[in-house]
Design a protein around this ligand. Structure first.
Ligand code: PLP
Length: 361
């Protein structure tokens, strides 16, 4: 049986005797050493934390399990969230598991297909809002203030508490905090959660050091970088298409206290990192996840010295969430062939690395 986040980190979470302890297998995700990008950047100790390996395919499950457990403890009848997709998938799954109703507000036309499919399959009540994420979140905040339904966006403090456990896992595996933590920033709950996790582990004496927090927004949705909300955020990375982050101030604090940065990367840089991660590391993250790898590549280009540094990139969600993006961005690899051996052989000879082409029989 999976131990899960609630039991494993019981002492470090806001639980009591009334809180139900259950798990759908969240947490304990892989930390994989880079074999290609790290060495190329002069950073042999580059690791990827695969949060897409959580039960619904994103890190949101870590916080959701705590939020749902607390909602159960409080005898809530149901939960509600606004979502760019992954929060709704997670809320819907954990609600299904626990027998709660889930209402999810989704910006119409802006959610990746896999995420919408999940919310539908898990049986959430889906309200498609003719507006963006920020508008949907404002509605949910207002509604849940006056109704006995639990808000499970990351403004619910239990979400951040659960998400901080990823910092504990990284520290346990590396025997200390890394030097740099690269992470995508949308609503800014996750960067807040990681910083809290590292600080708590440091205070408890488990870690000697603290990482520099390196957060990355998409250029068209970079309110923290610009210093003002973005009314109409635009980026291909739908999970970070957010113009007015709920945890804005906390993210700035994480950046400043850690000596880190919050910077922006373009959609082209995100797509380049997205393809590189999948084709050269075998790691298929969603575009938002690739934003932190794009950030790493950018910082390296700008002269950041990574020699002897331990660096972790948080691959926040699975690439399967956004199949349209995968197909449209890799179509050049696809070739139609006739169903005969000659056609297959010709196609394979054509695509071999040039040094191997002189073979054959
Ligand atoms: C939610 C999400 C993010 C952004 O996290 P925030 O806590 O909103 O900053 C990034 N990547 C993925 C895959 C997500 O689901």
């Amino acid at each position: 049986m999976s131990i899960g986040v609630l039991q494993r980190y019981r002492e470090l979470l806001p639980l009591n005797e009334e809180t139900p302890l259950f798990s759908m297998g969240e947490g304990d995700t892989p930390l994989v050493r880079s074999r290609s990008i790290g060495p190329e950047l002069g950073c042999p100790d580059l690791f990827f934390k695969l949060e897409g390996c959580n039960p619904t395919g994103s890190f949101k499950d870590r916080g959701m399990v705590v939020a749902i457990a607390k909602a159960m403890e409080e005898n809530s009848i149901g939960v509600m969230c606004a979502s760019t997709g992954n929060t709704s998938a997670s809320a819907a799954a954990y609600s299904a598991y626990c027998g709660l109703a889930a209402w999810v507000l989704i910006p119409k036309g802006e959610v990746a297909l896999g995420k919408l499919a999940q919310a539908m399959a898990y049986g959430a009540r889906i309200l498609l809002v003719d507006g963006n994420f920020d508008a949907a979140l404002a509605l949910v905040r207002e509604f849940t203030q006056h109704n006995p339904i639990t808000l499970v966006n990351s403004v619910n403090p239990h979400r951040i508490e659960g998400q901080k456990t990823a910092a504990f896992e990284i520290s346990d595996l590396l025997d200390d905090a890394p030097d740099y933590l690269f992470i995508p920033v949308g609503n800014a709950g996750n960067i807040t959660a990681y910083w809290r996790g590292f600080v708590e582990y440091h205070q408890l004496g488990h870690n000697d050091t603290l990482p520099r927090m390196m957060g990355f927004q998409a250029e068209g949705a970079a309110p923290i970088v610009r210093g003002e909300p973005v009314a109409f955020p635009q980026t291909i990375a739908s999970a970070i298409r957010i113009g007015n982050p709920a945890s804005w101030k906390q993210a700035e604090r994480a950046r400043d206290q850690s000596g880190g940065v919050i910077d922006a990367v373009t959609d082209d840089e995100i797509l380049e990192a997205y393809r590189m991660l999948a084709s050269r590391e075998g790691i298929f993250g969603e575009p938002a996840s690739a934003a932190c790898v794009a950030g790493l590549l950018k910082m390296r280009r700008n002269g950041l010295d990574l020699a002897g540094k331990r660096v972790v990139c948080i691959i926040t969600g699975s690439g399967l969430k956004d199949p349209d993006m995968a197909v449209s961005s890799a179509q050049a690899n696809t070739l139609e062939v006739k169903p005969n051996l000659e056609a297959i052989e010709a196609a394979i000879m054509e695509s071999l690395p040039s040094g191997n082409r002189a073979t054959g029989h």
